[in-house]
Design a protein around this ligand. Structure first.
Ligand code: FES
Length: 160
């Protein structure tokens, strides 16, 4: 092998290394920004334990008031939407009870009937008192309650 062949091989090797290096840089420039996009949802944790229902100013004394809230939950890459409905009741404007509107019999939705001063479940004629206790029908237990808190005039329920 003479000197000119040595130089040729040196240039070839340099070009191989340079091309591989440029390819690597281009790959990193394109690939690195995609990592958080791909991995982010899988690494995301439930961040908010409290669900904001709304202002307590709309809750009148001794009248169960319905709040509806759509919450989005992300588990890995799967997004789900869920509607939560809850009745908020206060007898003194200080302490609040938040009740599920899901009947404890077979999970139909109960409605507050002001004229009857009670909740009514249309599926099997279940009746609940204002505080959620069972008055009549097949429901085996009172309406479920959410853990709740009030901050700056806004009522929150704990995510279940
Ligand atoms: S589901 Fe409500 S009474 Fe049966």
């Amino acid at each position: 092998m003479d000197k000119s062949e040595d130089k040729q091989l040196g240039r070839r090797n340099f070009m191989k290394v340079a091309i591989a290096g440029i390819g690597g840089l281009i790959g990193a420039a394109l690939g690195l920004p995609a990592i958080p996009y791909i991995m982010g949802p899988a690494l995301q944790k439930e961040s908010d334990d409290w669900i904001q229902l709304g202002s307590i100013s709309k809750v009148e004394l001794n009248i169960p008031t319905l709040f509806k809230k759509t919450i989005e939950t992300q588990t890995g890459w799967i997004n789900t939407e869920e509607e939560i409905s809850a009745y908020v009741l206060t007898s003194n404007g200080q302490d609040y009870v938040v009740m599920s509107n899901v009947c404890t019999h077979l999970a139909c939705r109960v409605r507050w009937i002001p004229e009857k001063d009670s909740f009514f479940c249309p599926c099997h004629n279940g009746v609940f008192a204002k505080d959620g206790t069972v008055v009549a029908g097949p429901p085996p237990r009172p309406l479920d309650r959410f853990e709740s808190k009030v901050e700056d005039g806004v009522i929150f329920i704990k995510r279940g």
